[in-house]
Design a protein around this ligand. Structure first.
Ligand SMILES: Nc1ncnc2c1ncn2[C@@H]1O[C@H](COP(=O)(O)OP(=O)(O)O)[C@@H](O)[C@H]1O
Ligand SMILES: [Mg+2]
Length: 289
């Protein structure tokens, strides 16, 4: 099922800044898609428009088949869970558990206690339930904010720069968490490396759509990478280097899983070559005797 669809979506701020131009995109149930682009590309604006926080706009937005309009915005917002870039904009209750309960309570949903528990559990922060959100580390604040969204059980997660401001360990833990979550999500980020681990498909945005495809399609398009100033994941750089050293790489890996698969092939090939050299030698030696 199509859960999100925009047609020729355009938006300009009051001061005349055009943040989005003619953006047509879709997101299907179960998909994980990244919106990639540099600062100022319009990523946050897009998420705010999709979730009905900013209006009016040109073009159309449909959520689960319903057109987003002023009258339908409150209703539609229930299908979408928006994670703000800065968790301090999202957390404001005295304790984490009260914060996680806030959304479901406001929406008058059932089984608040169960929802809070599931939200805390799936983000791995049950032990922080009684803590003050503002005293948590940035990484744990992000988790608490995600727990609050999960507690509302939305159809789609809209995540704005989920990895920004995190130290390396918290970042990789969050990437693992998002990767393991069986949820439909749209992730706005300039962290190509994190996106490569999590998503199936990506849309490169720079006010308008620059390119759409798999992360591998995007990283192998040097013109696009240059235009939007995205940096190749370290793992891809390593394999480019291997390729130039004479170890042919069939498909440039962009994630750890792909790298492991590709490395196995490279090692196999090198092993076969070494064995065949060995066999030739033996054969040659036999000839001599
Ligand atoms: N409240 C605002 N008023 C005016 N211009 C804004 C406002 N918010 C963002 N912009 C501008 O809109 C463009 C897109 O911004 P944004 O959606 O925040 O991009 P991104 O999230 O990709 O960094 C930028 O040029 C930015 O300066
Ligand atoms: Mg932004």
């Amino acid at each position: 099922m199509r859960v999100l669809e925009t047609t020729k979506l355009s938006f300009a701020y009051d001061d005349g800044t055009t943040a989005l131009r003619d953006l047509t995109m879709t997101l299907d149930d179960g998909e994980k898609v990244a919106i990639l682009g540099p600062n100022g590309a319009g990523k946050s604006t897009l998420l705010h428009l999709l979730s009905g926080f900013r209006m009016p706009f040109d073009g159309t937005v449909a959520v689960c088949g319903r057109k987003l309009e002023q009258q339908s915005a409150d209703d539609i917002r229930r299908d979408l869970g928006l994670l703000f870039q800065d968790p301090d904009d999202q957390l404001f209750m005295p304790t984490v558990e009260e914060d996680v309960a806030f959304g479901p309570r406001t929406l008058k949903l059932d089984d608040i206690e169960g929802r809070v528990l599931r939200g805390l559990r799936s983000t791995g922060i049950e032990h922080l339930a009684k803590r003050r959100p503002h005293r948590l580390s940035h990484g744990m604040k992000k988790r608490a904010a995600i727990a609050g969204i999960l507690a509302m059980d939305p159809r789609v997660l809209l995540l704005d720069e989920p990895t920004s401001g995190l130290d390396p360990k918290s970042r990789s833990e969050l990437v693992r968490l998002l990767k393991s979550m069986d949820r439909t999500m749209l992730i706005a980020t300039h962290d190509l490396e994190a996106a490569a681990e999590i998503v199936d498909r990506a849309i490169v945005l720079n006010v308008g759509v620059v390119k759409e495809g798999t992360i591998r399609d995007i990283v192998t398009d040097s013109k696009v990478m240059e235009e939007v100033g995205l940096e190749l994941p370290a793992i891809s750089r390593l394999f480019k280097e291997l390729d130039s050293m004479g170890y042919p790489v069939e498909a440039l890996p962009v994630s750890m899983d792909q790298a492991v698969a590709e490395l196995t092939k490279v090692i196999d090939r090198v092993g076969r070559q070494a064995r065949s050299r060995g066999v030739t030698k033996t054969a040659g030696q036999k000839k001599k005797t």
